[in-house]
Design a protein. Structure first.
Length: 158
């Protein structure tokens, strides 16, 4: 397992660009809200810790992970951020729906990165179980939202 023994929340502030002059967008899926809110909190707290002014963190909510690409595009258009974090959680069910949503979400976010001048960070958990999602959104593996915030600062500084 790729995250075995790793804490996704650990970072060295001396290696992270200071966020004082950055505007960061966060688009959050409402599906699996307990998970996505925990990821949002991890990202938000990390951005603050790295110097981003709370008023320069712009949030937009969308219904589900499938809608993240559209929401990120709209946020970029309206708010002109330095980087955007796309937060979602897709948990495998009994049908192939999981595969279609995960693939389309990843493809949509990748296309934004290729087409636009603003980096979009993929913070979408694609887990087999609810426990795996909990482990990566503030549980035993830390918080993937914090990792996404660091990536946003690094990419926003490019």
């Amino acid at each position: 397992m790729a995250t075995s023994g790793k804490n996704l929340s650990a970072y060295d502030k001396s290696e992270v660009p200071h966020g004082a002059n950055m505007r960061i967008g966060i688009v959050v899926s409402k599906w699996n809200t307990d998970i996505t809110e925990a990821l949002y909190q991890g990202a938000y707290k990390t951005l603050l810790d790295c110097g981003v002014d709370g008023e320069q963190i712009v949030r937009m909510d969308v219904p589900g992970s499938f809608e993240l690409a559209f929401g990120c595009g709209k946020l970029i258009q309206q708010e002109k951020p330095d980087a955007v974090i796309a937060i979602g959680s897709v948990i495998r069910g009994e049908t192939a729906h999981f595969d279609f949503v995960c693939s389309a979400t990843a493809q949509g976010i990748m296309e934004l990165n290729l087409r636009l001048e603003v980096p979009v960070i993929f913070c979408v958990l694609t887990d087999d179980t609810l426990q795996q999602a909990k482990d990566r959104s503030g549980g035993r593996h830390g918080n993937k939202g914090a990792e996404a915030a660091i990536a946003a600062l690094q990419m926003g500084a490019l």
